[in-house]
Design a protein around this ligand. Structure first.
Ligand code: PEP
Ligand code: MG
Length: 906
């Protein structure tokens, strides 16, 4: 039987592995192998596979075969380098580094200068003719090995260095004398002995084995685990261990070390980008003790090396067909490449690079679509902090990054105060414990929204995203006192009118003002900049055009007012998937009429109020239909519990109590008492499960009548102008087919009546939201009454899990931390539980109505993973907030491409 290969050699222009073996060799190992095979100068070494890590993690040791293969490979290096591990005159030194399939910067361990001991250090000194360098290398080795492998706290070494510098009367490590370094080495060895009870290992082979095992163990250290959770890296991958001949960047002024990118990772500009230090070892660049120089200066410092580096990295980029993030060391004028891998980049850079590389014929359009993380497109759309004008900033706390972008403004604690401040020309950040639909107008005028409670689908989060307003929610450390108009955070008191800044992309909350500006793309969308003046816009729209040519899913937007509809169209939406009509009721001039309608004691009184609302709603719909130019517009009939339109019970009681003292006979008091009585009547223990959704329209049919009339009258008006219009009337929260049947009959009756009155017929559809598990499990019955389904996955998630979407923020964070839940189900669809119910409903629905149109309009409609699910489950479209439309376009294209290449699970 062929013996199992656990160790892969690279060196001398030939490697056992290659760049396509990232699973087994990790990113670093595969990159080193590929570079070696391509003739790039790489110090020789070998990679112990990720498979060994997995065996090590489950059994606590590496297979015996690994030891044998390690020895064989060590011999190869020794031969190639003409040096020996542990040789007193000519010692071979190696680095030992982790490297998993996906880079996890700084999460796992590294040891440099391995192979040094009291004897070999002298050999190194003789070999290099540089005793100070050898002593420093040994000092660094004990320090690193002691910390990483033997678990000695870093401070113990740091304290000893500080003490030594003090005694020597110097400030910098680099100023320590050869003798001081020598003394430090023995002191470090004593620290190790004292702390661990073990002598520092002198045998290089023992050092190597210990370092290897420490790297394997570091795969499971808490920070690596957390990193994997955040970035969705599977636990099962394991890390490889790379053992590589040391080259030294700290051998004098013809040596150095640096890192770089083949293109600028922040902007995507095609330029060698990076930094380096002369006479330094790798960790000095990252440690920030010395300020590195920009890579361009290497051109002056070492022109030959620079030109070689530029050639090699250009070749590597062409070879790997992606931006490379590389590390190099120059040892006495000789360049060595130590790493190359695909470089991480910002959203704007990702778009530019993807489009540029197609232009350069480096990659295909399909590849370019897969190169951009759809979620990162957000970074191109939201206001950005204008960093040219501000220095360092420091966040006082962090909340959930609910709606991306940066915002600065004066703190206001109520919607009314926010409006007043804005009317006076101020910029406002609305800070509340949580927001409710009554705050909508205040939210609308605010630059940003900050709440101390709530999760990613809380009211503030949903509305913030829909409006494209930066929003941070669930910032628990922010203790809001709305009554006193102040909040406290991390020992600071912030009062009404004080400035704060929030970054909805990171969740940062900053005290003080940070200047912001709209992104270039938004300037173009809003008409403030011509498209041909913005290269960023051109790249962005070209990439999305390519996405449109491969996606199957339709993309719609959730929009309630004509301006949102216009934004959605500008972003490429093909229809409106959800128009929440209640948002139209909250306008300042309408709310008193809505309240009159609710408080009405007779049908006539109610009709009178609804008659006032009718022209207003009709106007809204005309505006939206005009913007949508014949694209489908799904309009949902009134959904929320009525008390949301009325003042809060407690507030009314306080006001009444005050009036009773001051003016017991006033008419206002009488009116307030009546209002309170109605508010109490409407009070529900579980309003989300109470009189809402289709239950409202069924028990108060006058509301449905007015809304359907407004929709159809508006549609008739458009039709009479010879323009196209396609309303889709949607019944909310259906749970039983009888609800749907009755609601539909009512809608049809009113629609027919109106069309007869108007003397014109318009096309329209009647369908339902699927938000209640019972509706999903009886979807075949419901589909007989519905022409379309739109999955309202906010409520469906709420009802399937039994988690209140407005309160879940309190425990979901804990659940995520403890691994009880992997993802927030209000943010990304729970495909196993809620998803299974959806798939079943799709099948049932289509079994009775083949052409049943199916979409999603919950928050998940803008989440790339959920969009992939919708593609798989054969939806017709997804609908999301206007600002997420570009994300959805790209995510839908990626889902189609994955399907085409057989990469979509299932
Ligand atoms: C839903 O429940 O998913 C939905 C879109 O409706 P709303 O968020 O308005 O309840
Ligand atoms: Mg709902």
């Amino acid at each position: 039987m062929a013996k199992k290969k656990y160790v892969y050699f690279f060196g001398g222009g030939k490697a056992d592995g290659h760049g396509g073996m990232r699973d087994l060799l990790g990113g670093k190992g595969a990159g080193l192998a590929e570079m070696t095979n391509s003739g790039v100068p790489v110090p020789p070494g070998f990679t112990i596979t990720t498979e060994v890590c997995n065996i090590f993690s489950s059994t606590g040791k590496a297979p015996v075969e690994v030891e044998k293969q390690t020895e064989e490979n060590l011999r190869k290096i020794e031969k190639m380098m003409n040096a020996k591990f542990g040789d007193p005159d000519n010692p071979l030194l190696v680095s030992v580094r982790s490297g998993s399939k996906f880079s996890m910067p700084g999460m796992m361990d590294t040891v440099l200068n391995l192979g040094l001991n009291n004897v070999t250090v002298e050999g190194l000194a003789r070999k290099t003719g540089n005793r100070r360098f050898a002593r420093d290398a040994y000092r660094r080795f004990i320090q690193m090995f002691g910390k990483v492998v033997m678990g000695v706290p870093a401070e113990l070494f740091e304290e000893a260095i500080a003490e030594k510098k003090k005694k020597s009367g110097v400030k910098l490590d680099t100023e320590l004398s050869e003798t001081a370094l020598h003394e430090l080495t023995s002191e470090f060895a004593q620290i190790v002995k004292k702390h661990t009870g073990h002598t520092f290992p002198a045998d290089p082979r023992k050092q190597l084995k210990m370092a290897r095992d420490a790297v394997f163990k570091s795969w499971n250290n808490p920070r690596a685990k957390t990193y994997r959770k955040i970035y969705d890296i599977p636990e099962t991958l394991g890390t490889a261990v790379n053992v590589q001949t040391m080259v030294f960047g700290n051998l004098g002024n013809t040596s150095g070390t640096g890192v770089g990118f083949t293109r600028n990772p922040a902007t995507g500009e095609k330029q060698l980008y990076g930094e380096y230090l002369i006479n330094a070892q790798g960790e000095d660049v990252v440690a920030g003790i010395r300020t590195p120089k920009p890579l361009m200066e290497l051109k002056k410092d070492m022109p030959v090396v620079y030109s070689q580096l530029s050639k090699i990295t250009t070749m590597l980029e062409r070879h790997f067909r992606d931006v490379q993030d590389f590390e190099f060391t120059i040892q006495e004028g000789r360049l060595f490449m130590l790493q190359t891998r695909a470089g991480k980049r910002t959203g704007p850079a990702a778009v530019k690079i993807a489009v540029d590389m197609v232009r350069e014929k480096l990659i295909s359009r399909e590849e370019s679509l897969m190169r951009v993380d759809p979620a990162s497109l957000d970074q191109l759309l939201h206001p950005i902090f204008d960093l040219s004008e501000c220095g360092e900033f420091c966040a006082v706390t962090k909340g959930l990054p609910a709606s991306p972008g940066a915002a600065s403004g004066q703190v206001m604690f109520t919607a009314e105060d926010a409006i007043k401040a804005v009317q006076q020309g101020e910029k406002v950040v609305l800070v509340r414990m949580e927001t409710s639909p009554d705050d909508i107008h205040g939210m609308h005028v605010s630059e940003g929204i900050l709440t101390s409670t709530g999760g990613m689908t809380s009211h503030a989060a949903v509305v913030g995203r829909q409006m494209g307003t930066p929003c941070v929610v669930g910032a628990g450390a922010v203790k809001v006192n709305e009554r006193k108009r102040m909040f406290e955070v991390a020992g600071n008191t912030v009062k009404e009118g004080d400035y704060i800044s929030i970054d909805g992309t990171s969740g940062d909350v900053i005290i003080g003002k940070m200047p912001t500006m709209p992104s270039e793309i938004i300037q173009v969308i809003a008409g403030g900049m011509k498209p041909d003046k913005s290269r960023a816009y051109q790249d962005f729209s070209l990439l999305l055009k390519w996405a449109d040519s491969v996606r199957r899913l339709g993309i719609r937007a959730n929009a309630d007012v004509p301006t949102d509809a216009a934004t959605a169209i500008a972003f490429g939406a093909e229809g409106i998937g959800l128009c929440r009509t209640e948002h139209m009721f909250f306008a300042e001039d309408r709310i008193p009429i809505v309240q009159d309608m609710i408080l009405a004691e007779t049908k006539e009184q109610r009709k009178k109020a609804l008659d006032k609302l009718l022209p207003m709603q009709r106007k809204d719909f005309i505006g939206i239909f005009k913007e949508m130019k014949g694209c489908p517009v799904t309009i949902r009939l009134l959904d929320p519990p009525l008390h949301e339109f009325l003042p809060k019970r407690e507030e009314l009681m306080v006001e009444i109590a005050k009036l009773e003292c001051r003016n017991p006979k006033s008419a206002k008091l009488k009116k307030l008492r009546k209002l309170l009585a109605r508010v109490q009547e409407l009070h529900e223990f579980n309003p989300m499960l109470g009189l809402r959704g289709c239950r409202l329209g069924l028990t108060i049919p006058e509301i449905t009548e007015m809304q359907v009339r407004a929709i159809i009258e508006a549609a008739c008006k458009i039709k009479k102008q010879n323009k196209k219009v396609l309303p889709e009337i949607m019944i909310p929260l259906t749970g039983h087919v009888n609800e749907m049947r009755r609601a539909r009959q009512h809608v049809i009756a009113v629609a027919n009546h109106v069309m007869e009155e108007q003397g014109v017929r318009v096309p329209y559809m009647v369908g339902t939201m699927i938000e209640v598990p019972r509706a999903a499990s009886t979807a075949d019955e419901i589909a007989q009454e519905a022409q379309f389904f739109s999955f309202g996955t906010n409520d469906l998630t709420q009802m399937t899990f039994g988690y209140s979407r407005d309160d879940a923020g309190k425990f979901i964070r804990y659940y995520l931390e403890k691994g009880i839940l992997e993802k927030d189900p209000f943010q990304t669809l729970d495909q196993i539980g809620v998803g299974r119910i959806i798939e079943q409903a799709v099948k049932l629905g289509r079994s009775v109505r083949k052409d049943l149109k199916i979409g999603i309009c919950g928050e998940h409609g803008g989440d790339p993973a959920s969009i992939e699910f919708c593609h798989r489950a054969d939806f017709n479209y997804v609908s999301c907030s206007p600002y997420r439309v570009p994300i959805a376009r790209l995510a839908a294209a990626q889902a189609a491409l994955k399907k085409k290449h057989g990469e979509l699970d299932k």
